[in-house]
Design a protein around this ligand. Structure first.
Ligand code: ZN
Length: 373
């Protein structure tokens, strides 16, 4: 290919018929085309199909970054040709199933209006299933009309219904990109909105988010945040998952102590962490011991104050077991005090929540305190 008149283009690829077959096949045909040099491909994303009535199968979407010497019309003809090879019949019904869709999303920085199509494709600004794969493969691509980067565009769209298809990759066979190196030096989009917020926060504190050490920091922070706040997306039922058994007459205190917990204070969004003890006096039911630690995690993985966390754990045990009594004691160290305060490094905060017999019977309470001290 003559490099003098080459332009960069982004091609959107979509399919909702035999999509596991058609997407890789389209990528292969693009690579084989002598007018098109495929430089990189995005990961494959699944997105719900649009349209009313009987819902057609969900789409797989990807984006291909390529060089070409073709002009827009010629490139479009080549893409149509590949579609035909793969059996696509362009129907009038826009919601009809698509064996394969190949569209020019961007053609260099060209802005062009034709009879029934335009460059850039309007979907680059409006459709998450177009914008997210493009941001994956060419995060810094600038939209010629809005001056936003592909990354910024994707970050502004609702991406909640789009997910990566982990097992399907269109990676060039000439380029080795094994699974554990897949992230490489490229920008991966995980949670575009959260990532762009982190990026802006880095700028705000005087950092350069484009220096090497910080390039993937927004992504890492987004993933860590997802984990640390995973409690919001989990329910007590899921955690307990049926691990409740007949007490069969057991009525002695059940105590699990030294349960490590890690949470985030809601005032500073800084960690607090420590150990919890959870005790209960069985009535008719007991629970798998590991589940008590899982219940602590469920509420710890949210923005919290330690007092509420302690009470929520107690209430949850009360709810699922209806025992004679529940006691939760938590001992936590708060980074918002330790990192900012002066000489507070050794301080810890102890909170407790008692229910039932642990309130009404002083002996039960002192038995507990002897056991955990
Ligand atoms: Zn705090």
């Amino acid at each position: 290919m003559n490099s003098d008149n080459r332009v960069h283009v982004l091609i959107s690829v979509g399919s909702n018929v035999d999509r596991e077959k058609h997407l890789p096949e389209a990528a292969r045909l693009l690579r084989r085309n002598r007018f098109i040099e495929v430089m990189d491909v995005s990961r494959v994303y699944e997105s719900p199909s649009v349209g009313g009535g009987v819902a057609p199968p969900d789409f797989y979407n990807a984006a291909v970054l390529a060089c070409t010497t073709l002009d827009p019309k010629e490139l479009r003809d080549e893409l149509r040709h590949i579609e035909e090879v793969l059996g696509r019949v362009r129907a009038d019904d826009v919601n009809a199933p698509r064996t394969i869709d190949l569209d020019i999303a961007y053609y260099q920085d060209r802005v062009e209006e034709r009879d029934d199509w335009r460059i850039p494709d309007p979907g680059t600004l409006k459709a998450a299933h177009v914008a997210v794969p493009i941001a994956d493969v060419a995060a810094d691509w600038v939209h010629p009309e809005t001056d936003q980067t592909a990354y910024e565009i994707a970050a502004a769209l609702d991406t909640t219904r789009i997910r990566v298809v982990p097992d399907l990759r269109l990676t060039s066979p000439t380029r080795s990109m094994p699974d554990d190196n897949w992230e490489g030096d490229r920008l991966e989009v995980y949670a575009p909105k959260l990532e762009s917020l982190v990026r802006r926060q880095l700028i705000e504190i005087g950092e350069d988010p484009d220096r090497e050490g910080l390039l993937r920091t927004p992504l890492r922070v987004a993933k860590a945040t997802d984990y640390i706040t995973g409690g919001y997306a989990t329910s007590l039922d899921e955690v307990v998952n049926g691990a409740i058994f007949d007490a069969e007459g057991a009525d002695e205190m059940v105590l699990v102590k030294d349960i490590e917990f890690y949470s985030m204070c809601e005032h500073h969004m800084l960690p607090f962490f420590g150990k919890a003890a959870v005790a209960y006096l069985p009535n008719t039911k007991i629970i798998g011991l590991s589940k008590l630690a899982r219940i602590v995690d469920l509420y710890a993985r949210r923005l919290q104050v330690q007092e509420r966390l302690t009470n929520q754990v107690a209430d949850a045990v009360q709810d699922v077991l209806n025992p004679h009594g529940v006691a939760v004691v938590m001992d936590g160290r708060h980074l918002c005090m330790m990192m900012r305060g002066v000489q507070k490094q050794e301080s810890s905060t102890v909170t407790s929540a008692m229910r039932g017999t642990f309130i009404s019977d002083a002996r039960t309470r002192s038995e507990l305190l002897a056991l955990i001290s």
